[in-house]
Write a protein that binds this ligand. Structure first.
Ligand code: PGA
Length: 252
């Protein structure tokens, strides 16, 4: 199965010049990309510029609105992103959920519209620190996953890219350890098997995100059959990001 390395730039960098520099530094080394699908998701305003480039790096967006068009001041629709040339879309990131009030129902709508547009959705979910400490992780994940994929058919489910992102690991430097991640992967596959059957569930990609760097990527690649990673902070440093790509490529 194809491995994904998805860069989530979040609300960074501040200038177009910096965005172009980061992108071109990664592009310069893109001959190392052979089997992986490398995706950069920048802020909306840099999309047009980055999409002008022809390279092995795919471009995605960090969010999108489910209505096609209309009186929704400040929103960018999933349709617009598709027509612009985006190939991927991050949906349900915990920062969207917690800072901008996106609930499971909105996430579900966005996933359905993205799938109908063939705009490959990266569906994020994960527990926070408190839930983790109280032993509620599995319950929270099951709830978020079930609500997120409600009404999504078997056929479409195969195009979903799942991304487990524990909130306590995002931007904290405390990544999930490989043993724990392995347990969580088994649990997620179980939920997907119950809903879609073994054959489909085994074909669905599940990524990990949360303080991924060029060091911890090794244990994830070697210990777990991880489908890839979602990288925040480390993706803004081109050298570190290239290192991650190289290590994923080497451990196929
Ligand atoms: P991080 O962010 O790599 O900076 O922890 C990951 C994410 O939020 O997707």
């Amino acid at each position: 199965m194809k491995k994904y390395i998805i860069a989530n730039w979040k609300c960074n960098p501040v200038t177009l010049k910096e965005a172009k520099n980061i992108y071109s530094s990664v592009k310069k080394k893109s001959k190392v990309i052979k089997n992986t699908e490398v995706v950069i998701c920048p802020p909306y305003i840099y999309l047009t510029e980055l999409l002008k480039n022809k390279s092995k790096i795919s471009i995605g967006a960090e969010n999108g609105y489910f209505e096609e068009k209309g009186a929704f001041t400040g929103e960018i629709s999933l349709n617009m992103l598709k027509f612009l040339g985006c190939k991927y879309i991050i949906i349900g990131h915990s920062e969207r959920r917690n800072l901008f009030g996106e609930n499971d129902d909105i996430v579900n709508k966005k996933l359905k519209v993205s799938l109908s547009l063939k705009l490959n959705p990266v569906f994020c979910f994960g527990e926070n620190f408190e839930q983790n400490q109280k032993g509620k992780t599995f319950k929270i994940l099951e709830d978020q996953i079930k609500k997120g994929i409600d009404g999504i058919s078997k056929k479409l489910a195969m195009s979903l890219i799942f991304a487990y992102e524990p909130i306590w690991a995002i931007g904290t430097g405390k990544s999930c350890d490989a043993d724990r991640l392995e347990e969580i992967y088994i649990f997620i596959r179980k939920i997907l098997t119950k809903k879609y059957g073994r054959k489909i569930a085994d074909k669905i990609s599940i990524l990990y995100g949360g303080s991924v760097n060029s060091e911890n990527i090794l244990s994830y690649m070697q210990q777990i059959n991880i489908s890839g990673v979602l990288v925040g902070g480390a993706s803004l440093n081109p050298e570190e990001f290239i290192k991650i790509i190289k290590r994923v490529e080497k451990n196929y």
